[in-house]
Design a protein around this ligand. Sequence first.
Ligand SMILES: [Zn+2]
Length: 250
Amino acid sequence: MSMLDAHIHLSDPAYQEDMEIILASMKRLGIRACAVSMDNDSSRTTLELATRSDLVLPFVGIHPEKFADNLDSMVHLIEANSGLISGIGEIGLDKTYAKTDGDFKRQKDVFARLLGLAENLKKPVSVHSRKTLDEILEIIPSYNISGLLLHWFDGSKKQLNTAMDLGCFVSYGPVMVYSQDKQVLLSCTNRDKILVETDGPVRFSHCFGMKSAQISFIPSVIFCLSKILGQNYDDSILMLEENSKRYLGA
Ligand SMILES: [Zn+2]
């Protein structure tokens, strides 16, 4: 049995010094990770990391914060490495990073091009949808992507229902351990569409004491999920393993 951290930024500088320890602990705990990227530079770092461990599943792309990054060279990077890449991400929309309408249009163009590429290459995607869920839920039906993850799902129950109707996966992370809103959303999510993530190196409050997220948080997230769904830990691991296989198309 193996676990999957469906969304973590392993290419982030915060992790580089401890990478040997991180890779060793992933091996010991049996945790694979969808290692998402932010831009061309971090995508290359992610691809390098994937050569060091087959537990690292490289996802490359341009995050909405980095909408000004070179889109053509990203497309080239993805096409040139399509056999090595597990998925495309982190991609999406986020108005907090768009100062002008032009910025938001550029975000949409980048998102659309990378979704199109994911569709052509039959790759799963990891989508950032902060404050843009309605826009994203409107865009998704134009693409035929079987593994589309709305990571760190933070919508309403109505938006969750739409996401389920569209066949999206949604992931929950350390926030779910202390936020009742997230626990309610989890309990309303189709069980075959749930994944777990850390979104490291994001820092989490409450019981996590503002510690930067580590892959080793994943068993705690799964333990909490088991309590909320009223099933035992091993059944949760099995459920998540099946969901991960379908998400990754493997
Ligand atoms: Zn992220």
